[in-house]
Design a protein around this ligand. Structure first.
Ligand SMILES: Cc1ncc(COP(=O)(O)O)c(C=O)c1O
Length: 370
């Protein structure tokens, strides 16, 4: 039995007919760029996120960029985030002309360590981007307290955290804005590229709407220098169909995570993910830690079990960010994560049999090497 890292086909098969109807409606109305399908999805997604507004854009990277632009982040500013994220978080900061500044993460949750935040704030700091890594939210109360005391914006990078909760509050609803990716493999994935920003700030929502549409409030009247960052109608139609199923898909991921936790329990050489007291984790990624990570991945692949690494090189050690002058040792926990984390197969439709097989092979491997 093959166990893929992710299986999008099986989910598509379960909603194929509904998707076909939704896509046909877009074709019939020719609402391809922006338009009513995007507006409907924005309304429903905002409400899902317990927010007033959502702005649909072309990707999660663009969502982060538009949020930063909407807050006026620009040349000479600094924005604090974590180094163990997908590079898009830092790229969005760079594309505003600002400088990414990193703080290390908590060893239990792999999210921004609030104790380290104050030390990274300078007079140039304009915003903080906590990343809700793998589907678990960062410790938002502490981050918001520090940000509010210093007058800083907070943008939640919720690109991996659709439907995740912090003390009952949904990802994206706590900061000034929350950014989502609908890349096909996400818990809520489009059938192409898409993203969105959610916020409760009407003025910010309006600015981001303008930035994503060439800075125009009225067609061909441009009050800002903007960009074409719109969501397309097909993606919005697909996302509207899929949003209804997201709570059930997230529950299935949580059940699969519990199954893995039980099956992998009691091994000193494996650290399973920790769900913080405050959190509802939605397990976009189920990552364990092992000192023999690379050998483990190789052995599992030989047995047709496919894993991932999120991420093999932390951003401060990436070639592209050499100019920031960080070095090995700058962020020891993020570096440990890069060396030890392995993401196991995880998707809503993963069967019990598949999870058992993965766990069994991990146990066999560890008996050999320990
Ligand atoms: C944490 C994080 N931020 C940003 C992004 C960027 O999203 P997109 O690929 O839709 O541009 C991703 C996507 O993988 C992500 O995981």
């Amino acid at each position: 039995m093959k166990v893929p890292f992710l299986d999008i086909k099986v989910q598509y098969a379960s909603i194929q007919d509904e998707i076909a109807v939704a896509l046909q409606q877009v074709l019939d109305s020719t609402a391809f760029a922006g338009g009513p399908f995007v507006e409907r999805f924005e309304k429903n997604f905002a409400s899902f996120c317990q927010c007033e507004f959502a702005v649909g854009v072309g990707s999660g990277t663009t969502a982060l960029w538009m949020a930063l632009l909407g807050m006026g982040v620009s040349e000479g500013d600094e924005v604090i985030t974590t180094p163990n994220t997908f590079i898009a978080t830092a790229e969005a900061i760079s594309f505003c002309g600002a400088k990414p500044v990193f703080v290390d993460v908590d060893e239990q949750t792999y999210n921004m360590h609030p104790d380290l935040l104050e030390g990274a704030i300078t007079p140039k700091t304009k915003a903080i981007i906590p990343v809700h890594l793998f589907g678990q939210m960062a410790d938002m109360d502490r981050i918001m307290e520090i940000a509010q005391a210093r007058g800083l914006f907070v943008i939640e990078d919720a690109c991996q955290a659709h439907g995740a909760e912090y003390k009952g509050r949904r990802a994206g609803s706590i900061g000034d804005a929350g950014c989502f990716s609908f890349y096909p493999g996400k818990n809520l994935g489009a059938y192409g590229e898409a993203g969105a920003i959610v916020t409760n700030n009407a003025e910010l929502a309006e600015r981001m709407r303008m930035f994503r549409d060439h800075g125009q409030g009225k067609k061909y009247y441009h009050s800002l220098v903007g960009w074409n960052a719109r969501m397309d109608g097909f993606q919005a139609a697909v996302l509207s169909v899929k949003l209804k199923y997201l709570p059930a898909w997230n529950d299935a991921r949580r059940q699969n995570a519990q199954l893995y936790n039980d099956l992998l329990a009691g091994m000193d050489s494996v650290i399973t993910p920790m769900e913080a007291d405050y959190a509802k984790h939605v397990y976009h990624v189920y990552a364990i830690r092992s000192q023999n990570r690379n050998a483990l991945i190789g052995t599992l692949a030989e047995k047709d079990i496919f894993c991932g690494i999120h991420y093999p090189v932390p951003i401060h050690l990436q070639e592209a960010y050499k100019f920031l002058d960080y070095r090995k040792g700058s962020f020891p926990i993020a570096e440990k994560c890069a060396e030890q984390l392995v993401s196991l197969p995880m998707f809503a439709e993963l069967s019990q049999e598949q999870a058992e097989r993965v766990s069994h092979e991990i146990r066999c491997f560890l008996k050999v090497v320990v």
